[in-house]
Design a protein around this ligand. Structure first.
Ligand code: XMP
Length: 512
């Protein structure tokens, strides 16, 4: 596999994406734990990421020297190129010509990195983002491409198979970048490019069997894609040694709880305990209006219920979770300051400490879209696999103010109408997440000859890559108007519909 050493670039995960798209397995390690990762993975090649620090400063991070002594190819990107140059005897200095954004490099020498992609004499667009630059190369290195602002835009020591690029091949604004990365991992590192989801599935099944042996495993289902894929995979591995527990807090969308139960029990024949805890959750939510108080209550109660159920089932040594790769990677922070809690996320993250069980986390190495692909590989229905994300606290955070059964029912109906229209219009897959919000505001309307005084419903739809930033989905007015008409006509309790035009930031995707 390939090891990516992370120096804190915003786009390190994109390097991993490109490597896997080339059919090669890789993992990311923060620079601080790179030595341990080197021993554990024994990679066939190493990629050094970019990062915000400056090599010209004494205390800035370095690549473990062993990386350069391991006899494997190394590709340094931006900061990675600079630490490589500095550590191998070259020199890096702060540049007075700062280059950001689009730039053009000219290829001046042939290199294995460019094989079949770039020829000598050609000019190609790349994406630069840097202040410092290499200005004396270490022995053995030659310039293979240059640009106006960066005479050392790409450098290589073909004998040792060390490469450095000052631009970012991992971003889409370097149009040939993915092919350069594929060249590095396949041609230079000699990896076959045969990593596939089917292969991953088989390897994981073997690994789960090995880890679990004859023990029993318990898995919490949330109704979402991740926990469902984890459960189905584990069931393929160990059959009925797995028991799934679905804590139904009554805050799911219309028909969702029934779907999960029938998918698992009927379609897959996986043992499933359906804990119907709606009353417990709604009783506890009575009188709670503060968003954080609602989130904390739901998170804690979820863990309580799950824990109790696990005890009742008894005998499980392992807890299975659908943890994904982005939750696992330690983020590399240079600011050091504490970050502000915007929202307390409800995840089953609190469970392992409480239950003292060993973890089975078969999706730890995967990105969200890879989990979807694995789900398809496991035969999960497309409608389930392609579902929009849904937050753990469910509808409770889409009903600002107090949550009641009545308000949940109203929201479920409005949300179902909205999503049905989105599906009918063929827009579902173009949207990251779409949902209705029920506001604690009543306004006056007129219906037939009568006055109405009912709730306002807000519609939200966003596009996003990872949920960290989001843009509103630009529906046309006719679509929104049709949805508004249907909701007001069909959902008793709502007489006005508005559309949320706020991007993230400054808004968040959910309203609480
Ligand atoms: P925000 O509202 O913070 O949401 O912009 C970003 C993404 O996270 C989802 N979300 C959650 N997911 N537990 C989850 O598993 C939570 O407590 C939670 N809160 C928000 C949200 O739906 C969006 O996709």
């Amino acid at each position: 596999c390939i090891l990516i050493i992370d120096f804190g670039s915003q786009v390190t995960q994109l390097i991993a994406r490109r490597v896997r798209e080339a059919g090669v397995y890789c993992e990311i390690a923060p620079f601080g734990s790179a030595e341990a990762a080197l021993d554990r993975l024994r990679p066939k090649g190493v990629i050094l990421s970019g990062g915000p620090a400056s090599v010209t400063l004494e205390e800035s991070p370095r690549t473990p020297q062993r990386v350069f002594e391991a006899g494997v190819p190394v590709l340094g990107i931006c900061y990675g190129q600079q630490t490589m140059a500095a550590q191998l005897g070259g020199r890096v200095s702060p540049s007075d010509h700062r280059e950001f954004g689009r730039a053009f490099v000219e290829v001046v020498e042939h290199s294995a990195l460019f094989d079949g992609v770039w020829q000598v004499g050609e000019k190609h667009q790349v994406w630069m983002s840097h202040g410092d630059r290499v200005d004396t190369l270490p022995d053995g290195f030659r310039i293979i491409a240059h640009s106006e602002g960066a005479p050392y835009a790409a450098t290589a020591d073909e004998a040792r198979r060390f490469y450095g690029v000052q631009f970012h091949p991992e971003v889409v604004h370097t149009p040939d970048g993915a092919r350069l990365i594929a060249n590095f991992v396949r041609h230079v590192c000699g990896l076959a490019g045969d990593w596939t989801m089917a292969g991953f599935r088989d390897a994981k099944i073997a690994e789960i069997r090995e880890q679990v042996g004859k023990s029993r495993v318990i898995c919490g289902l949330s109704g979402g894609v991740d926990s469902a894929v984890a459960a189905v995979l584990i069931h393929e591995a160990i059959g009925d040694q797995l028991t799934c527990v679905f804590v139904d807090h009554g805050l799911m969308r219309l028909g969702e709880a029934e779907q999960v139960v029938s998918l698992f029990r009927e379609h897959y024949g996986i043992p499933l305990v359906h804990v119907e805890a709606e009353r417990l959750f709604l009783d506890g939510l009575k009188g709670l209006t503060d968003p954080e108080a609602k989130r904390k209550f739901i998170g804690k109660t979820f863990i309580d219920v799950f824990d109790e159920e696990a005890r009742r089932i008894g005998g499980a040594d392992f807890l299975a979770q659908g943890t994904l790769y982005p939750d696992v990677i330690e983020s590399v922070s240079f600011t050091g300051g504490p970050s502000v809690t915007i929202k307390s996320h409800h995840n089953v993250g609190g469970l392992p400490e409480r239950m003292k069980m060993a973890l089975v986390e078969p999706l730890r190495e995967l990105f969200k879209d890879e989990v979807r692909e694995l789900g398809r590989e496991l035969g999960l229905p497309e409608a389930f696999v392609g579902r929009h994300p849904f937050p753990g606290p469910g509808l409770a955070i889409r009903i600002p103010g107090e949550v009641t059964k009545e308000r949940c029912d109203i929201l479920r109906k409005a949300d179902a109408v909205y999503l049905e229209e989105i599906r009918k219009a063929g827009l579902y897959d173009a949207i990251w997440q779409a949902f209705a919000v029920l506001l604690p505001v009543r306004t006056v309307g007129v219906m037939g000859d009568g006055r109405t005084y009912d709730s306002v419903c807000a519609l939200r739809a966003v596009t996003s890559v990872d949920g960290m930033t989001a843009d509103i989905y630009p529906f046309d007015a006719a679509f929104l108007s049709a949805v508004a008409t249907r909701i007001v006509n069909e959902v008793k309790g709502i007489n006005r519909v508005v559309y949320d035009y706020t991007s993230k930031p400054p808004g968040t995707i959910e309203w609480e």
